[in-house]
Design a protein around this ligand. Structure first.
Ligand SMILES: C=C(OC1C=C(C(=O)O)C=C[C@H]1O)C(=O)O
Length: 280
């Protein structure tokens, strides 16, 4: 068998799951490929990765190619702190305005579109843009950022006292639907799972173990996250409390609710069934 090619979102949200693997605390014979979500999505869908976190909206668009690894996601129950919309005016006052959306995201761009249509009731123009708060705000009236980019931009707003309103889309989604939100899922290529069932079982178990070990040593996560981003420790402490990696019934229900809205908004062509490895 050729070496497993494993994707890793290059944000802090993945640290709890990958820390033990990165540190060699668990054995992993795989090539780790880091990148922003949209790059990993593309690589996986082109066959360049065997297992990766994928934006949950991209899973829905390509269910034929993937199986979900059980018990794992990138999610939050309400406020998420890393999916943020920055605007000069309240979101409800943006009718007819242009907003910039980070090219690193797929799920959250659709989440923003759904919320604009069904919750904030405003019609805006969406333009893709590289993730850079200042550049984005110079080109429009709002900016969507995700991951570390969002957290660092939020710091900038606070430290420089920028006159921007920061809307947490996880919180807005919760206020709207009462649901949690699942931003990404770990998926495995169907062909890979069929050809290598033993390795698939081993890697699914390894991820669970790694995540348990990561969450059992939050101070180590915070130390590493501080080295990587320079974000204040209380911010990191808060983040590792609210960012979740569960995929139980509540999260599945929440994800299907999100897919329903994406479908209603014409951003998904079909209704989706979740296909989880080991449950087929
Ligand atoms: C919570 C997050 O989850 C994610 C959001 C994604 C998206 O919007 O497509 C994809 C992967 C995750 O990184 C985040 O990036 O902050």
């Amino acid at each position: 068998m050729t070496r497993l090619r494993l994707g890793q979102v290059e944000y802090l949200n993945c640290l709890p799951v990958y820390h033990a693997l990165e540190e060699g605390l668990l054995p992993l014979d795989a090539e780790l490929i880091k990148g922003p979500p949209t790059r990993l999505n593309r690589m996986f869908l082109e066959g360049g990765l065997d297992i990766t976190p994928i934006s949950s909206i991209e899973y829905a668009r390509h269910t034929g190619q993937c199986l979900i690894l059980p018990g794992l996601s990138i999610a939050a129950d309400g406020r998420v702190a890393s999916i943020l919309f920055f605007s000069r005016r309240p979101v409800t006052e943006l009718e007819g305005k242009k907003v910039l959306v980070t090219t690193s995201s797929a799920t959250s761009v659709v989440l923003l579109r759904v919320l604009m249509e069904h919750y904030f009731h405003v019609d805006v123009e969406f333009c893709p843009c590289a993730p850079d708060l200042n550049g984005m705000m110079s080109r429009g009236d709002g900016a969507l950022l995700i991951g570390d980019d969002a957290m660092l931009a939020h710091r900038q707003v606070i430290e420089q006292e920028l006159p921007l309103i920061v809307t947490d889309l996880g919180q807005a989604w919760k206020d709207f639907t009462g649901e949690k939100m699942v931003y990404a899922l770990w998926v495995i290529r169907r062909e890979f799972a069929a050809a290598h069932p033993g390795e698939t079982a081993a890697i699914a178990a390894l991820f669970q173990r790694s995540r348990e070990m990561g969450m059992a040593d939050v101070p180590a996560l915070i130390k590493k996250a501080f080295r990587r981003t320079g974000l204040p420790r209380p911010v990191l402490d808060d983040y590792f409390t609210i960012i979740r990696h569960d995929f139980d019934q509540d999260y599945r229900h929440a994800l299907l609710t999100y897919y329903d809205y994406a479908y209603k908004s014409g951003l998904l062509e079909e209704r989706v069934k979740l296909q989880v490895w080991g449950e087929e």
